[in-house]
Structure formats: structure tokens, C-alpha cells
Design a protein around this ligand. Structure first.
Ligand code: NAD
Length: 260
């Protein structure tokens, strides 16, 4: 899909981190952007900077998502692009447990549910509603109507202690990518997923400095955290390159080769 001002995009989690970087990159091509997020202050500021629209949306809430799409479509037109970035981390440790404290037998079910509702169900909810809207559009070149991108994580494939819910939610995003792509390809909609490694975003900024340093050092090459724009570059490629479909791609500085 060609990126220009005739195209609109919805980016969930667009107020911060990987979503914000993607919104910036798309807007730089003239794409009209709508940022869906619970973080009103940052979302409003970025939307104003990019000439887009902020929609206060909680992806776990069906009515809130409906209102978001309504507001976005009224402001920037029916979206052809959806990038699902809204998500939370969370391990049993953040629930006050020690990571080594046998997290499966201690993992709080309500925390598990919350992570799955935001990361997995929230992404599916937005995709399902975006797909309906995209079907109302005339196809572009090569019959293409729209593109969707999910943000999983390398934790989908190599989750660590304490990440049961997070890894499960991200693995399920990978799991739904191919069937969604199959479902929607007849309608001209492509679906892909990015599995980021460790990226320098506010999600990580909450970690202590020594933990961040050891995370950087753990990346085989290059020995640094990914930048949000490196994520956005791959998102852009998945949108522009019409041959990308049904793929889940790691973007991680080869972290799977790190010694354990
Ligand atoms: P971030 O915290 O900077 O951004 C996430 C955004 O999602 C925030 O603006 C937050 O307000 C929003 N959000 C959270 N819950 C929401 C909800 N219920 N409804 C709407 N918005 C909500 O984090 P990030 O690092 O940019 O993460 C973006 C995505 O990338 C997440 O899905 C995360 O799991 C994934 N990811 C990040 C990394 C990393 O290293 N940063 C690695 C792998 C995967």
C-alpha cells in the first residue's frame, strides 16, 4: 500500500513507545493518523503534533472501541491501516512475588485475565471492527483494501520465568495471525505480526538502570536495545510491501542466540 495523505491509520497504544513511533513514521508520509490510547495527555499532545486525532479508548471495552472508531472515521476517514500496539507487560513479580517463587502456582488469575484482555482480546476486538470498516472501502491497486499489524513479542516463543500470561497473550497473537490473514485475504486485507525483542520505550523505562544495562548487554548483536523507530520501520515495510502477508517476524538483534 502506498503511504500518502489519501490513507488513514488507527494506531492503538499510539500515545507512547512503539505505537507513537509508528504514528510518527506514518504521519511523516502524510498518512492521517488516529491514536487510540488510555493515556489522554500524551495522546492529545502527539495527535496535535502530527495533525491527527486522539481517541480516548480502552481496548478492553467494546463501547469505548466503537466510539473510538466513530470519532476517528469522522475526523480522518475510514482507516486502511490498523496497528495494534496497545499492551501491557507484567509478570508475577510485578504482583509482588519473587520471580523464583514458583510463579505458576502463585500467578494471580485476575492479573492473568487482565493481561490477556488487553494484549490479546483488545487486539482482536480492534482488528475485527477495523476489518468491518475496511470492507466498506473500494479496493486499491492489486485488490488491496487494508493492512493490519499486531504487536506480539519474542516472549511468544521464548518467555521467561514469571511471564506466563504475557507470553501466552503474545503467542496467541502469533497464533491468530495466519487464520486472520486467511479469513481476510479474499477481501483484500493483509495481516502480519511483529515480535519485538527489547526496545527502549517507557515500558522499559520503568525498570531499574542496572536491569536495563544487563538487558542491553544480553542482545547478541547489536549490543543495545532496539529503538522505537526500528520497530516503526518494519511496520512501514509490512504496510508498503504488498507481498508481506500472514507473517509473524522477530525483530530482536538475534536475542534467541543469547547464552542462557
Ligand atoms: P508503552 O507502555 O510505551 O506503550 C503502550 C501503550 O499502550 C501506552 O500508551 C498505554 O497507555 C497503552 N495502553 C495500555 N493499556 C491500554 C488499554 N487498555 N487500552 C488502550 N491503550 C492501552 O509500551 P511499548 O513498549 O511501546 O509497547 C507497545 C507494545 O509492544 C505492547 O503490546 C508491548 O507488549 C509490545 N512489546 C514491547 C517491547 C519492548 O521492549 N518495549 C517488547 C516486546 C513487545
Amino acid at each position: 500500500m502506498k503511504l500518502d495523505s489519501s490513507v488513514s491509520a488507527v494506531i492503538t497504544g499510539g500515545a507512547s513507545g512503539l505505537g507513537a513511533a509508528t504514528a510518527r513514521r506514518l504521519a511523516a508520509h502524510g498518512v492521517r493518523v488516529a491514536l487510540f490510547d488510555v493515556n489522554e495527555e500524551q495522546g492529545e499532545a502527539l495527535a496535535a503534533e502530527l495533525g491527527g486525532v486522539f481517541c480516548k479508548v480502552d481496548v478492553t471495552d467494546d463501547a469505548s472501541v466503537d466510539q473510538g472508531f466513530e470519532k476517528a472515521r469522522a475526523a480522518i476517514g475510514q482507516e486502511r491501516i490498523l496497528v495494534n500496539c496497545a499492551g501491557i507487560g507484567g509478570s508475577a513479580k510485578t504482583a509482588g512475588r519473587d520471580k523464583k517463587d514458583g510463579t505458576t502456582n502463585h500467578y494471580p488469575i485476575d492479573q492473568f485475565n487482565r493481561i490477556v484482555q488487553i494484549n490479546l482480546v483488545g487486539s482482536f476486538r480492534c482488528s475485527a471492527k477495523a476489518a468491518k470498516g475496511m470492507l466498506s472501502l473500494d479496493p486499491l491497486e492489486h485488490g488491496e483494501r487494508g493492512v493490519m499489524i499486531n504487536t506480539a513479542s519474542v516472549a511468544a516463543q521464548d518467555g521467561q520465568i514469571g511471564q506466563t500470561a504475557y507470553s501466552a497473550s503474545k503467542a496467541a497473537l502469533v497464533g491468530m495471525t495466519l487464520p486472520m490473514a486467511r479469513d481476510l485475504m479474499g477481501e483484500g486485507i493483509r495481516v502480519n505480526t511483529i515480535m519485538p525483542g527489547i526496545f527502549e520505550t517507557p515500558l522499559l523505562a520503568r525498570l531499574p538502570e542496572n536491569v536495563k544495562q544487563s538487558l542491553s548487554a544480553s542482545v547478541p548483536f547489536p549490543k543495545r536495545l532496539g529503538s522505537p523507530d526500528e520497530f516503526a520501520q518494519l511496520a512501514e515495510t509490512m504496510i508498503v510491501n504488498g507481498y508481506f502477508n500472514g507473517e509473524s517476524v522477530r525483530l530482536d538483534g538475534a536475542i534467541r542466540m543469547a547464552p542462557r
